[in-house]
Each structure stands twice: as structure tokens, then as C-alpha cells.
Design a protein around this ligand. Sequence first.
Ligand code: SF4
Length: 393
Amino acid sequence: MAPARPRTNEPSSTSASIQRRALELGFDLIGIAPAERPAHAAFYLEWLEHGHAGEMAYLARADAVARRLDPTEILPGARSIIVAAINYNNGDHGPTDDGSRPVIARYARGVDYHLVFEDKLERLADSLTDLSGGAKSRCYVDYGPVLERDHAQRAGLGWIGKNTVLIHPDAGSYLFLGEIITDAELSFSEPFLPDHCGTCERCIEACPTGAIRAPHELDSRLCISYLTIELRGPIPRELRPLIGNRIFGCDICQDVCPWNKEVPRSRESRFQPRDNITGLELIEFMSLTDGEFRDLYSDTPLARAKREGLLRNVAVALGNWGDPAALPVLLGALDDDSPLIRGHAAWALGRLENPKATEALEAHLQQESDTWVRSEIGFAIGGEPAGDELANP
Ligand code: SF4
């Protein structure tokens, strides 16, 4: 894919060399933006103020906000931001209609992208140091204090869709982004100015939880990606049925986007789906021990949810499946050390509407000491908390 075009009136051999080097390293898109305050800084502050970041308190910390809004707070003297993207489209939509199988976000079906992206970005930064005669730089891959989509748009990589994701007209939106903030003086790419969403609102209409409240306005607290990955406590009960069989992340707002219809496949073999991620049934996931989880997933994005978070999500998916075949693993999960897993397993057992499940829940209530789990059992048995108010485990 061609690099974004540098301004012709600001020729820079360093910029051209960096863009060539990025393509050699396997990046699919590359552009260069000035190290300025992001265009949507005010919108970002408003978004935080409305609490749309949910439990992601790290986003609202004063020092992190200051660095997000001013790249020179990250690197004094910063002049340029190199923005790079890698396509992770592995072409696999997952078994969405088979309730016995999980759906895992496309980006999370292979190796942890940080391991791939960071290595390439650091090698690109090394080239920049050589080419520029010692420029200083800092690399970030999504966890850094950077409003990366703003910088990507300014670097010519695409527009920000109504689903809040960066979209390139040829590459679509299944893209990992990373940045190098540098004090090197580089020539900048043309910003990407058109907004190709037009009158389309497919992503807004398709989101099961209504998380895209308005064009470009995502309420993380409702987003299935947030609920299944970032949220550490219980998933709000009213949202559980809407999650279906999604146990880690969600691609719905990208899958329905017409700009992702005919996009190229990823050239990176490490992003291809792994059997131990896409080949397991929900029941098999529910049986994972701590050790098995670590052995199988420590180098994958699933590690972020930890076993506790993943099995919480699997319990919800089993409840949504509602098949009696889920009974044995859910009964086993009532004895898990984690109250979070026990509580969601209780909810799922309630969804089975099976006499054996009810009997087991009633028996378990006699020995369960955790207040929140007791309330979930009460709800599962009779639709009401068992004399205790909801509380986080
Ligand atoms: Fe824009 Fe439509 Fe894609 Fe949403 S689905 S991001 S509105 S083009």
C-alpha cells in the first residue's frame, strides 16, 4: 500500500526514507503528523467528563490527560509524530450463529499484537535515529498517552468513522496503530480530510447495546469490548443477554461497515487465528484451570482479561446459549475460588431453566458466604436477590 504523500513544498529525504523503511518492516500504512494538540482534544475532555470511560480511570488521570493533549509533555521538543498501521484482518468472522462456540474479536485470535508491533516500531525508531543524526523518540502502541486516531487522521491514514474507529478507504478499519513521537524535523503528510461515512449509520444501528450513542460518541460503559475486557467486576445484569456468545471483544461495528467489505488480508502470519483460541467450544473454555490459561494464552491478547474475566464472560455466553449441555461445567463453576465466576455461573444456571440447576443453586445458597454471589443465586432462582443487595465481589 502506498505511503501517505508528503507535502511537495516540504521535501525531506529523511521522511521519504522513513516511509520506505516502514513498508520494508511490514507496516501497511505510514504517515507523519506535526506534534500538535489533537483535533478532538475538547471532545475527549467532554467524553471523560460524562463518565464514558467507565472504570478506565487511568484515562482521566491529570498527568495522562496533559500528555494526551500535548505531545511535548511526553517528549520535550517533540516536533513530529510518525503514525504506522498494520492490517490484522485474518478474514475469519467466527461462528456467530452457533451458540455453543465463542466469538472472539478478530484482533485477539492470534499472538499479542504488542509483541509484533513494538518490535517493528522500535526498529523503525532506530532507523530514524540513524537517518536524523540522533533524534530522540518515544514509541507507543495503543497503551500510551496518545490520542492515536487523531494523529493518524492528521498523518493521512484515514478518517474517524461514526463508530469512532479509524478507516482507510482501501485498507478498512481492521488496523493496529502505533506512533513514534520524535524531536526530528520531518515533512508532514497531507491530512485525510474527507469523511466517507456520509448518511450511513449501520454501525450505530447494529450495536446490540446502543453503545454508539450518536455519531462519533461511544459510551464505553455499554461497549461489549469494554464489558468483556476492561471491566473487572460484574457485567451489569441487564447487558448480559445482549452480549450473546462474545467472550472477548466485539467487531460488530466494524463487521457491518461497508468500508470493510473487500479489504486485504493481513500479511502478518502471527495474526492468523490459533486453534487454541478459535477451535475451543464454550464448555472447554469454562473448564480451564489457572495453569492451563497461563500456558495457552500468556502471549495472546486474552491474557489481559485474565482467567477470571474470561470465564466470567464464558459463563454469560453459556447462559445465553441456554443448552442443558452447559449444566455440568456451570455447576462445577459454582465451586470456583473466584466469586466473580461463581456469580456469573449462577446467573447462567438460572437461564437454563432446568430443575437440576435450580436444585443445585438452592443447595449452594446454604454454603455461599459472598454477598454478591448470594444475590445472583437469589436472582437466578426466583428473579430476586436473596435478601442481600448487589455489591461488587
Ligand atoms: Fe461510517 Fe457506516 Fe462504517 Fe459506521 S458503518 S463507520 S457510519 S461507514
